[in-house]
Structure formats: structure tokens, C-alpha cells
Design a protein around this ligand. Structure first.
Ligand code: SF4
Length: 385
């Protein structure tokens, strides 16, 4: 069940202003990853220190291209691997955002960190830089699964990273479930170990095979693919265990202790406005969605020659449809607004109500079985057509 304040919080989140900063560097490219990433062996990575220096200079230039705005309620450094650039560089980015736009008092300032980067010095540096939230890319506590996922850390390093971060930050654990070869017992043990670390936040995503990745190529050649039934079992196992540990599921893939839902996430699902800086970053401001180029060379060339690194921008064509699609992922659901009457007459939605998949009450639609959120979204979409 959602936290009692979650509807209010979700409404508030739509008014928050955020900034996302993408740090693309990774020690290696994980075989399932299709993010905008720069890893050793990629073109232009012969001198990684120089590339990082140029990238950070370009990032600061991009921050200066944005007109002044209101103070930010949330800042999120994601990747790639933001922790790989070190606390000093992270501090400079945060300081620049603060001087350019202001960072509101009590704002969420979060970064993603990979376990192998977390040291006492990094923790100290992040605290000094004003970071108050860290999400650790644990993925699994099973070394076999970590090997399959091509991760650069071990389960021991993940446990040590959590031990260092939980006392100092609103600390999140990021997990992936359903890799071929991962047993239900292995997943149960991963979940138990994650919860025993007492994180304030937990995200868990099913492993997916994204087109063009190394995993996709392997599956095309006959390697085992993730099994949706196995993933459904693991999803439900996590739901039960997280609930028993007092973590509230506030979105399809996200759980938090009361008061620790991720502001940046809530804002994006609530159509809040956010600026996006860095490779492949997306922004949403004044009804316009923009996205940056995904090639690091194109990004550097654009900013080093005085141009924006945008790959495209479009005005949100159907903001109300978008609001419904994003909103139904949250446990607090979404206000049906102008569609309330049509929803009450819609046979597909009524079937979902009868099956206990959704609830429609007081003008809101709530998904009761988040595992089926995508099916619900397809039905809701037909409502607006
Ligand atoms: S560490 Fe994360 S962002 Fe980097 S390659 Fe692996 S999955 Fe992708």
C-alpha cells in the first residue's frame, strides 16, 4: 500500500525543479547495458584522463548555456558511473549548478555509485560536496550473477560499500533480477542481504535484452534469455520481502522507507521540469522535451565550438496522455481528470477492476498489481484514443 502522504507528495513533485547530470564513464561496458556510456576500448579513449577532463569542461560549458532558473529541488548525477570521476569533480559540478540556478535548502542531491569506487575518502568528499543521497549499483550479492552481468565488483565490495554509505546518506541499493542462471534461492539471498544492510531505498529491475547489446547478440546466437515467469516470481518475492522490512513500494520498481522516496524520480513521473546535462541527457522545460547526442565526440565537438549538443527537441504533443502514462507507474496512482467518466464506461478497465488488477475510486486510477503495469498502460492508452 502507498504511504499515506504519497498522493500529496506526488502532486507536489510535479512542481519540483530538478537537474540531471550524466557522467558516462565506466570501467567496462556491461553486456546488457544500452545507456550512453564511454568504456575502455571505445573510440577516443586512448587517453582517458584527457577525455574525462574535456568532458567535464564541456559539461560546465553546457550548464552555462542554460538561462537562469528557480532553485533546484533535486540534483541527480547518474550514468555511466558518476562515482568514477571522484568527489572533487562531483563537488565542482554541484557547486556550478548552485551558482547558476541555486540549490534549494533541503534539496535532494544524489549520485549513483558503483561499489568498487566507494572508499572512506569518497564518502567524506561526497559529504563535503553536499551529496545527501547515494544509490549503490549492487545488482546482486551472488558473485556468479555479477560475473554474468559483467560487473567490475564483487559481492564483498558491494557489502562494504553499503556499510560505508548507509550511516551517512539516504542510501539506496540498485538490484537486477532474473539473469539466466540466477536461481530463486540466489535472488532470495540477494534480497535478504540487501535488506539486512537497512537501506532507505531499493530499486530492482528485471534484466532485459536490449537490441544491439552484447547480451542481445549472445541470445541471438542461442544463449539463454531471461525467463519472464522466473522474473515474475522474483518480482513477487521482492515485493513480499521489502514489505516485511517496512519498505513501501511507491512505484513499479522502487521501494523506500517513508520520507525517502526519490524526489528526482517522483518529479519525472509527475511531469516535473528538469534540465538534462551531459551525454544522452534528457530535459523537460516549458512543455518541451529535449535530448542530447549520445556520441561523446559529437558532444565535445558541439560544446567546444559554441553549439548546443542537442540531438532533438519536441513539444509534448499530448500532455494529458503522458501524465496518465507516467502516473500509473506510481503506487498512489493518477488522477483520471477529464477521463473519469470515460474510464467508468470503459469495458477493458472495468475488466481490470473486476480482476483486482486496478482500482478506480475518487477519480483516481491505481494499479494494484504493479507487475501488470505495462498491460494496464496499454488499456489506459486505448481510453484516450
Ligand atoms: S556500470 Fe552501469 S552504466 Fe556502466 S556499463 Fe555497466 S550497467 Fe552500464
Amino acid at each position: 500500500m502507498p504511504a499515506p502522504d504519497s498522493i500529496e507528495l506526488a502532486d507536489q513533485a510535479a512542481r519540483w525543479r530538478s537537474a540531471y547530470v550524466h557522467i558516462p564513464f565506466c570501467r567496462r561496458r556491461c553486456p546488457y547495458c544500452d545507456f550512453a556510456v564511454v568504456a575502455p576500448g571505445d573510440p577516443h579513449t586512448d587517453d582517458p584522463a584527457d577525455l574525462t577532463k574535456r568532458y567535464l569542461a564541456a559539461l560546465h560549458t553546457e550548464i552555462d548555456t542554460q538561462p537562469a532558473w528557480e532553485p533546484l529541488d533535486a540534483v541527480n548525477l547518474g550514468g555511466g558511473t558518476p562515482s568514477s570521476i571522484g568527489a572533487a569533480a562531483i563537488g565542482e559540478v554541484i557547486e556550478h549548478l548552485d551558482s547558476r540556478f541555486g540549490i534549494a535548502l533541503g534539496a535532494e542531491v544524489s549520485i549513483e555509485a558503483n561499489p568498487e569506487d566507494v572508499t572512506a575518502d569518497l564518502v567524506e568528499g561526497l559529504l563535503a560536496a553536499g551529496v545527501n543521497r547515494v544509490s549503490i549499483g549492487v545488482q546482486s550479492f551472488d558473485d556468479e550473477v555479477l560475473r554474468f552481468l559483467g560487473r567490475a565488483h564483487t559481492s564483498l565490495e558491494a557489502a562494504a560499500a553499503l556499510e560505508m554509505c548507509v550511516p551517512h546518506f539516504a542510501c539506496g541499493v540498485d538490484l537486477i533480477f532474473g539473469a539466466p542462471g540466477e536461481s530463486l534461492e540466489s535472488w532470495r539471498s540477494t534480497v535478504a542481504t540487501a535488506l539486512a544492510a537497512f537501506p532507505q531505498h531499493l530499486s530492482a529491475y528485471a534484466l532485459t535484452v536490449e537490441t544491439g547489446t552484447e547480451l542481445w547478440q549472445a541470445v541471438r546466437k542461442g544463449a539463454a534469455a531471461p525467463d519472464p515467469d522466473d522474473q515474475a516470481d522474483k518480482y513477487e518475492l521482492l515485493q513480499a520481502a521489502a514489505g516485511a522490512a517496512n519498505l513501501v513500494q511507491y512505484e513499479v520498481s522502487n521501494y523506500a522507507r517513508p520520507g525517502f522516496s526519490c524526489r528526482y524520480n517522483l518529479s519525472t513521473w509527475g511531469q516535473g521540469e528538469y534540465l538534462g546535462f551531459g551525454l544522452g541527457a534528457h530535459g523537460h522545460r516549458a512543455g518541451v522535451r529535449s535530448r542530447n547526442v549520445r556520441s561523446v565526440l559529437a558532444y565535445l565537438k558541439a560544446l567546444e565550438s559554441g553549439h548546443l549538443p542537442e540531438a532533438g527537441r519536441e513539444t509534448t504533443a499530448e500532455p494529458e496522455v503522458e501524465r496518465l502514462m507516467l502516473g500509473i507507474r506510481r503506487s498512489c496512482g493518477v488522477d483520471l481528470g477529464e477521463w473519469e467518466d470515460a474510464a467508468a464506461r470503459h469495458a477493458g478497465l472495468q475488466r481490470l477492476v473486476a480482476a483486482g488488477v486496478i482500482e478506480m475510486a475518487r477519480g483516481r486510477l491505481r494499479v494494484l498489481r504493479p507487475l501488470l503495469a505495462d498491460d494496464v498502460a496499454a488499456t489506459v492508452l486505448s481510453l484516450s484514443r
